[in-house]
Design a protein around this ligand. Structure first.
Ligand code: ATP
Length: 328
């Protein structure tokens, strides 16, 4: 038996990621398929407070699946942390008779969603949208696959110049708390060493490994460094310190930064976004609330917000072993 839902709203919140547009499109079309009215809310929770809504029909999301970013725009809202502003946000939903909300974002956005849903007894479903892949309960987050491909493509280009000049490049990638991007892009791009937040290999081992690489005939090297790696030095400082220990290399630094957030979503992210968007509307029709719709072993999974927010996702550390072996 389907739960009666007449009208829903969708917003994107926190850091943007490729695939958010494809997810909005899927939600709008799944709503349309089920005769549900759908509103888009601009600028995340801030737009919800400021009443920045637009009704979206199936045709208003055309030519969107291939576009990076989020046409609804994303924002961080300090005001939403205060109950008096959440009350205004709820009033804006109520005056349009909106029965449920879909939030595409990261764990901070889910924390806000969980509080809001419990406070006003309104169903809220989350879709994990962040390039970091750091949300517990889903094998992949929206935008992660695209970001990996962006990073690998960039490192391939860096390798061309690194090998032409016998240089050592330190390449910083996103990941303050999670090493998924660094580890997987590092393996995919053939990096000599990978520094991640989950493990401290230490400067000594790094130096030893790079000396060894040189001795075994490698003339250039790539070290992928996650923003939050445990050696814990600013990448420029790390490069300066390594210069003393590795006089045989000319060391250069590249910080990839926000290019990792942009770009047309990969096919994987488009399909994932489509599945999660339809999955979110299905979940609302099944009467679900306070859950994230994620993907586990290729199947749609419903994960309580509490588990998605509070439990730490574990990184497959066997990948470090694989990285060590294939980089010898
Ligand atoms: P990213 O992973 O890209 O950082 P995120 O969703 O974790 O994305 P945050 O900036 O942590 O991004 O959170 C987004 C928004 O969620 C905040 O700006 C705020 O409006 C809302 N939010 C976060 N925590 C709370 C909270 N405790 N109470 C109410 N709202 C919150």
């Amino acid at each position: 038996m389907k739960n009666k839902i007449n009208s829903i709203a969708v917003l994107t919140s926190g850091g943007d990621s490729p695939g958010m547009n494809a997810a909005i499109r899927a939600i709008v079309r799944a709503a349309n398929f089920n005769n549900i009215k759908c509103y888009g809310i601009y600028r995340g929770y801030q737009g919800l407070i400021e009443d920045d809504f637009e009704e979206l029909g199936a045709r208003s999301v055309r030519n969107l699946i291939n576009r990076g970013g989020t046409f609804l725009k994303s924002a961080r809202s300090k005001e939403f942390r205060e109950k008096k502003y959440r009350q205004i946000a709820f009033n804006n939903l109520q005056k349009r008779l909106v029965d449920a909300l879909v939030v595409i974002g990261g764990d901070g956005s889910f924390t806000g969603a969980d509080i809001f849903s419990k406070e006003f007894d309104i169903p809220v479903i989350g879709i994990p949208g962040t390039i970091d892949n750091d949300i517990n309960g889903t094998d992949y987050t929206l935008g992660y696959d695209t970001a990996l491909n962006t990073v690998v493509e960039a490192i391939d280009k860096i390798r061309d110049t690194a090998s032409s000049h016998d240089r050592l490049f330190l390449v910083e990638v996103m990941g303050r708390d999670a090493g998924d991007i660094a580890l997987n892009s590092g393996i995919g791009a053939g990096a000599e060493e990978i520094l991640i937040p989950e493990e401290n290999i230490g400067v000594e081992k790094l130096v030893e490994s790079l000396h060894k690489s040189r001795k075994t005939g490698k003339t250039s090297s790539i070290v992928v460094v996650a923003e939050g790696d445990q050696i814990g030095k600013n990448i420029t400082k790390l490069a300066a310190d390594l210069t003393e220990d590795l006089p045989e290399y000319e060391i250069k630094v590249t910080v990839l930064g926000h290019i990792q957030r942009g770009g047309s979503p990969s096919c994987y992210d488009r399909v994932l976004a489509s599945r999660l968007g339809v999955g979110a509307v299905d979940a609302l029709l099944e009467g679900k609330s306070n859950i994230m719709v994620g993907i586990q072993h290729k199947k749609i999974a419903h994960v309580p917000f509490e588990d998605a927010i509070n439990k730490k996702k574990t990184l497959d550390m066997d990948l470090m072993r694989v990285a060590d072996i294939v980089s010898t």
